[in-house]
Design a protein around this ligand. Sequence first.
Ligand SMILES: [Zn+2]
Length: 709
Amino acid sequence: MQIGVQYYRPPFPNERYWKDDLKNIRAAGFNTLQLWVLWGWVEAQPGRFDFADYDRLIELANTTGLKVVLSAIAEVQPLWIHREIPGSEMLNHLGQKIVSSNRNECHFGITPGGCFDNPAVWERMRIFFRTVAGRYKDAPNLYGWDAWNELRWNVHTQGLVCFCGHTLKYFREWLGEKYGGLDGLNRAWQRRYINWDDVSPGWAANRPFTETMAFQHFLTVRANEHGRKRYETIKAEDPVHPITMHGGAPSMYYCGTGNDFGDQILTPMDRGNDWDLASYLDGVGCSSFPKWGRQDWADFAVRMNTIRSAAGQKRLWLSELQGGRAGQGFSQQGPVQAVEQQHWLWNGIAVGAEAILFWCWKDEVFTTEAGGFGVSGFDGYAAERLAAFKATEGLLEKYRNVWDAYRPSRPDIGVYFSPQSAYLHWCNNKCSETYLNALLGYGKALVRSNVPFEMIEEEHLDELKRLKVLFMPRALVTDKKTEKKLVDYVSGGGTLVVESECGAFDSRGIYRYPENRFLNKLGIREVGRRTIDKDTVKFQAVADKRRFDLTGSQWVTPWLSDRGQTWARYGKEILAGEVAIGKGKVILLGTYLGETYFSKRGRGLEAFLKMICARFAQRPDVEVAGNRKGDIYFQDGTSGGKHVFFVFCESKCETVTVKISKHSLRSQTLTDLVSGKTAKGIKHQNDALAFKFNVPEERMLVLLEVKNP
Ligand SMILES: [Zn+2]
């Protein structure tokens, strides 16, 4: 496993620090160094590459016993790009040339630079990738490539990009291929175009959704395909080392912003889709700055589950994880303490990450990030952090065979993520945050209930075969292909949990009357939007002989069905209920539960989701509880046929008890690798064994089955 730190973003740290720093990095227990190889820096003169600093650093890393991950940064472009390739600027939606500038957190080189749809720009970029890959592919300590840092391409732009001739041509060709020429487009969009030149990208919210959703989708596909070109270029030079890319967050988290006059406009998933990237890359990852982003442990757990879901069977890298206190101008930022940082790290291991790279070793020295982020930085906690890394290195070394064979378990509960629904939300709100919060609300309620789940993307539904329950928060957009798979899934025995107006729009953004939605074919129909008195609507659902207090938002859309059980009413109509379809079930919720939970935790939804999962999926065979109230979180997997349980204590408890079904264990003894303590299972009800452990000061346990004494 690679546990490393980001080190060099030229020209910092200056060379005088290198030797001592690398020695200290290795001594602290890290085995990997990440270096930014900046196009604008190494090719400051057209056609002349200067790698002298990297040569020295990579060699020094090798003699110090450190592997290197090279981040090839082509999106910080040389200052000469527009001089060498006149007219290569991106254009925004108003037809204005984008003025590039030095990047805020990067000392030399311009952003966004030329448009990569311009063949001359791509050719120069390609030469950069080929040259870097060719130079270092045989470096003895090269571990792998990070071929696209945070999937950046439209940083420091004005308005929405890109509307240059190359990109518009690509957009129209993409539409032509998708729909079968202009006639096909006219049929699909119900338009009367006579010329492709009239087919324009949608660039503003609150205009016809069709071309706006199409352009958002196109920008996602365009980023995916640009990533593929980077990958193929490096792979052609270096077929040996893994090549990954990472977003600043899982791509699902990109909600877009805009569009007030003059500001930058961003659209959801404009930096690509992790699920698509993972289909051709050797791995994907994401950055995470939990303290900076004010994420609690449940936010972080959802994030880890999301990126792991997207990575599938490919490699997972936590490509940037917060090292020290965030630097963000003069704002107050909390320090990073060792215990929480180690929880992030071990969460990563629990979901199967093979590389975890901290940002960064030394505090930054320029622009708003100055004075921030260093693992060894000056926020007052460097000593305890470094001691904790050393201890972790010890555990990773001692149980190396356990980690080498470790695989996280695959849950049978899914949460459905629909990029098309994100695009539709942007069209309504200039941002798709409401949709994201709906997904995160369900995710957080599930992790806080210790129900493992997977995020299921709408174009990757093969995963449905494994699933017992699929939650579809705010899935407003569905198309025929998806609908067929969902209906087959339910008929075959799956449980689908749908919220208000599921599938009310097609992917062209046209609204469907209730009788035209796919659920209507199953005999379930919504009666229409009913205004609620306040922002939220509180109600009780009665199911499985229990009561659940739930809070919805936006509106209610009661359901009609001539069969099934009613769980809650709105007046005389059905607000929540359950209908049997074929061998499966559809659970109806005529409002939206995720966002209200995301903004304010409610135990009702946690219990409600847990009940649904327990009724319609296999009962979870692990339960953890502390001796005091509060959250205990677990992740699990197997290694060489043995269970491994990761337990994170967010409560103040002194002991935890883990109850595990006897049948899922090969041994009746568990050892906590963190404290070294062993516990024998004591018989508990329902054929479970209970294991009790003291909580060590690390506030986490890693439990491994050991042979019966
Ligand atoms: Zn362009």
